[in-house]
Write a protein that binds this ligand. Structure first.
Ligand code: PLP
Length: 401
């Protein structure tokens, strides 16, 4: 008799986005035609930039003529894109060999697939609150998960201590959901810890393009020692609006070895077994993001999301509400006012200000009492949401005080 993977039975149902959808629907059913200010979803609202669109169109035309047609692409990525990404890192002072860059169909896929590199008995450390896919992918893989709670006291920035034990460590900076960003010194503490203990860091850099402070690290490989302990997972989803187009990349240094096994070579073997490469058309579109025009155009788009963040953080500053994020990240993580629970604050915002956000409790226990705003919405809606937030928090209904 076939025995399915029993670990699927250990997955906890995620009610977060289901509950949000249900509550939102119930409100709209009771108040038909009401406009909602949606600050919940982590999806982009601006279209692809011109450089990407032009390159995508040209690549489609390439596929129409025998002389420029491409069939199967190399499993680990087209050399033109691997070289382009390595050159992009070089501009930031990080030297990579193009063979250390693997083109992917996005960070989510990689965050799950990469677990093929690790033994089933691995202990995986996940700082909390966390992007929910980290937990579920490791439950399915049968790994032993250790949660590392973070909170207001450490600015939601995890640090290792003498009790920390892990084979694999997830770090996400700038963070989803908290928007907090590890400083070089804080990230160095993890690199040193991993090298001392033999752990491997999975560094999720999906939001690195939002970093504006030069002192903050865009890549873990900007730090000494990272090439012997880290894998970096990147995505063009939030950087360049590729959430629906799908393209990412993963960096695995050739110097990353454990127990005599080379993780770069293992990943080459994995990709050549499990994939047939990423579409030529998408890789051309992705390469255009790294051109001078592409970089200028995506920075203009990111500036729109940053302005949204500023509207909301200005409102929070005026209200005296504690928060992280918003400056080097597209998320704002705030402490719910008046000691409200995450879900009570959700209901309050929905019913009294028609704003939809994301309750922090949905990202793990240490998210209770906090709330996430996404800055990916339209500027007009964000400006109105900021006004409504101020009005509500300055004049809360009696029950919420
Ligand atoms: N990592 C983090 C922290 C994210 O927030 C997301 C998407 O929201 C992803 C990875 C997934 O990105 P992708 O669209 O490339 O799969």
């Amino acid at each position: 008799m076939l025995k399915p993977n029993v670990h699927y039975t250990e997955l906890k149902d995620s009610y977060l986005f289901y509950n949000i959808a249900q509550k939102t629907k119930a409100y709209l059913d009771a108040h038909p035609g009401t406009h909602l200010y949606r600050m919940g979803i982590g999806d982009v609202s601006q279209p692809l930039c011109k450089a990407a669109i032009d390159a995508l169109h040209k690549a489609v035309d390439d596929q129409a003529a025998a002389a420029t047609f491409h069939g199967y692409m190399p499993e680990c990525g087209a050399p033109f894109l691997r070289e382009t990404i390595a050159a992009h890192y070089a501009k930031r002072g990080v030297t990579l060999d193009p063979d250390e860059v693997f083109v992917s169909s996005g960070a989510s896929d990689e965050l799950g697939d990469i677990l093929d590199l690790f033994d089933r008995d691995s202990t995986v450390l996940i700082p909390e609150p966390a992007y929910p896919a980290y937990v579920d992918a490791n439950v399915i893989a049968g790994h032993n998960i250790v949660h590392l709670p973070t909170g207001k006291a450490n600015g939601f920035l995890p640090q290792p201590d003498q009790n920390t034990q892990a084979d694999v460590i997830y770090l996400c900076s700038p963070n989803n959901p908290t928007g907090a960003v590890l400083s070089k010194a804080q990230l160095q503490a993890w690199v040193d810890f991993a090298n001392d203990t033999g752990a491997v860091i999975l560094f999720d850099a999906a939001y690195e393009a939002f970093i504006e402070d030069d002192a903050l690290p865009h890549s873990i490989f900007a730090l000494p020692g990272a090439r012997t302990c880290a894998i970096e997972i990147c995505s063009l989803s939030k950087t360049a609006g590729f959430t629906g187009t799908r393209l990412g990349y993963t960096v695995i240094p050739r110097t990353l070895e454990r127990c005599g096994q080379n993780l770069n070579a293992m990943w080459v073997r994995n990709r050549t077994t499990k994939t047939n490469g990423i579409s030529y058309i998408l890789q051309r579109g992705g390469a255009a993001i790294f051109t001078e025009d592409g970089q200028a155009q995506i920075q203009a788009q990111i500036a729109v999301y940053k302005n949204n963040a500023k509207l909301l953080t200005d409102a929070l500053d005026e209200l005296g509400i504690w928060y992280t994020g918003g400056k080097n990240a597209p998320y704002i993580w705030l402490q719910c006012p008046h000691g409200c629970s995450s879900w009570d604050f959700f209901d309050l915002l929905l019913h009294e200000a028609q704003i939809v956000g994301t309750p922090g409790a949905g990202f793990g226990e240490s998210g209770e009492g906090y709330f996430r705003f996404s800055c990916f919405g339209s500027p007009a809606d964000t400006a109105e949401a900021a006004r409504r937030l101020k009005r509500l928090c300055k004049n809360p209904p009696a029950a919420a005080e």
